[in-house]
Design a protein around this ligand. Structure first.
Ligand code: PMP
Length: 400
C-alpha cells in the first residue's frame, strides 16, 4: 500500500551526521550537530549527572509509575526558578505555569499548539535565519510563520535596524520568537541596551514574546547572565512564553528533558492556562518521561550539586571560547583573506562563518569536514588538534 511513498530528504542538520558517518577518512571532522565534545572529540556526560544517576539508582523507594500530564512538579518549579530567577515576582505571585516537555523541541511544539488554540493572533515572527526546525514546529502546531530581519551578512552582526522595522510593522499582538541567548545559527545576540529597545517595542505593540532558551549557561558560562534578556521581559509584568532545554547545559540530549513556562498576568489565568496545556499534551504523548527530569531536579535542589554543575558548565563554555580564539589565531597566522573577527565576537555553540554553500561543499569533499550548508560550524566539535585542519580547509576554500 505504500508503494507511492517517495523518499524524503534527510534533515538538513541531522543529515550532516549521516553523511559524516559514511566517510571513511581518518581526518574526518563533524562540525554539523550542536552537541558538545571534549578535547578528545568524545561526547561528555557531566560528573554531576553521573552522581545524580547513581543516587537515583540507589534509591529503592523510586518507582516507575507514570508522571502527571504536566510532569514532575519539583522539576517544573526548579526550572522556572532557574530561568526567571529565584526572586522572580512572577513566580512569587504564582503567575507562572510550567509543564515538563520533551526537551526544547517539545516545549516549543506544546507552546505553539496552545497558542494556535487560545491566542487571538496566529502569526509568529521568527528571526531570519533561525534554527531550521522552528519553521516546521510552528507550522505543524497551526501557526503562520513569518520572519523578521535579524542577521546582516555584511557586518556578520545584528541587523538591529531591520529587526526594529520588521517588528514595528508586524500586526499588533503578533507572536515573536526570540532566542534567549546564543542565537542559533548566527551566534549573534543583541546587547543589553538593544534588548531593552526590543522589549519596549514588543510591549508597545502588544506583541507576545516566545523565548527559546536552549543554551542557558553555554553562552557566557553564567546561568544568570544568559537569562538576562528573559528576566528583563518578565520584570515588566507582561506575559511571555518560555521553552527551556537541558540538552546542552546539562548534556542530557537524549533524555529529552525540557520545560514550557507561560508567564501570565494573574495566578487565576495561569491556572486556567495550565488546565488547557494538559489538553494539548494528553493526546500527544500522555505524559513525559521520568528519568531526565529526576536527574535535573536532583541537581537543582541540592546546593552542592548545583555548584558542581555550574563549574562543569563553565568549563564547557570556556573550552568553546578557547576554540574561537584558536581558530581566529590560526586563520590570522595563515593570512587568510578577510575579516574573521566575528569568530571571536559571536556567542555560544556556533560560528556563522560566512562561508557559502559552494565553499562548504569544497571543504567536505577535499578536507572531510562536515557542517551545515549555511556555513555554520559547531565550535563544540572542535579541539586544539583539529583547529589547524579546519583553518587549512577554510584558507583553501576562500583562496581557491
Ligand atoms: N532551539 C534551538 C535554538 C536549538 O538550537 C535547539 C537544539 N539544537 C533546540 C531548540 C531544541 O533542542 P532539544 O529539543 O534537543 O532540546
Amino acid at each position: 500500500v505504500f508503494v507511492k511513498v517517495v523518499q524524503a530528504p534527510e534533515d538538513p542538520i541531522l543529515g550532516v551526521t549521516v553523511a559524516y558517518n559514511k566517510d571513511t577518512s581518518p581526518n574526518k571532522l563533524n562540525l554539523g550537530v550542536g552537541a558538545y565534545r571534549t578535547e578528545e572529540g568524545k561526547p561528555l556526560v557531566l560528573n554531576v549527572v553521573r552522581r545524580a544517576e547513581q543516587m537515583l539508582v540507589n534509591d529503592l523507594s523510586r518507582v516507575k509509575e507514570y508522571l502527571p500530564i504536566v510532569g514532575l512538579a519539583e522539576f517544573n518549579k526548579l526550572s522556572a526558578k532557574l530561568i526567571f530567577g529565584a526572586d522572580s515576582p512572577a513566580i512569587q505571585e504564582n503567575r507562572v505555569t510550567t509543564v515538563q516537555c520533551l526537551s526544547g523541541t517539545g516545549s516549543l511544539r506544546v507552546g505553539g499548539e496552545f497558542l494556535a488554540r487560545h491566542y487571538h493572533q496566529l502569526t509568529i515572527f521568527i528571526p531570519a535565519p533561525t534554527w531550521g526546525n522552528h519553521i516546521k514546529v510552528f507550522t505543524l502546531a497551526g501557526l503562520n510563520v513569518k520572519t523578521y530581519r535579524y542577521y546582516d551578512p555584511a557586518t556578520r552582526g545584528l541587523d538591529f535596524h531591520g529587526l526594529l522595522e520588521d517588528l514595528g510593522a508586524a500586526p499588533a499582538g503578533s507572536i515573536v520568537l526570540l532566542h534567549a541567548c546564543a542565537h542559533n545559527p548566527t551566534g549573534v545576540d543583541p546587547t543589553p541596551e538593544q534588548w531593552e529597545q526590543i522589549r519596549q517595542l514588543i510591549r508597545s505593540k502588544a506583541h507576545l514574546p516566545f523565548f527559546d532558551s536552549a543554551y542557558q549557561g553555554f553562552a557566557s558560562g553564567s546561568l544568570d547572565a544568559d537569562a538576562q534578556s528573559v528576566r528583563m521581559f518578565v520584570a515588566d509584568g507582561g506575559e511571555c512564553l518560555m521553552a527551556q532545554s537541558y540538552a546542552k547545559n546539562m548534556g542530557l540530549y537524549g533524555e529529552r528533558v525540557g520545560a514550557l513556562s507561560i508567564v501570565c498576568k494573574t495566578a487565576d489565568v495561569a491556572s486556567r492556562v495550565e488546565s488547557q496545556l494538559k489538553l494539548v499534551i494528553r493526546p500527544m504523548y500522555s505524559n513525559p518521561p521520568i528519568h531526565g527530569a529526576s536527574i535535573v531536579a536532583t541537581i537543582l535542589k541540592d546546593s552542592d550539586m548545583y555548584n558542581e554543575w555550574t563549574i562543569e558548565l563553565k568549563a564547557m563554555a570556556d573550552r568553546i571560547i578557547t576554540m574561537r580564539k584558536q581558530l581566529f589565531d590560526a586563520l590570522s597566522a595563515r593570512g587568510t583573506p578577510g575579516d574573521w573577527s566575528h569568530i571571536i565576537k559571536q556567542i555560544g555553540m556556533f560560528t556563522f562563518t560566512g562561508l557559502n554553500s559552494e565553499q562548504v561543499a569544497f571543504m567536505t569533499k577535499e578536507y572531510h569536514i562536515y557542517m551545515t550548508s549555511d556555513g555554520r560550524i559547531s565550535m563544540a566539535g572542535l579541539s586544539s588538534k583539529t583547529v589547524p585542519h579546519l583553518a587549512d580547509a577554510i584558507h583553501a576554500a576562500v583562496t581557491r
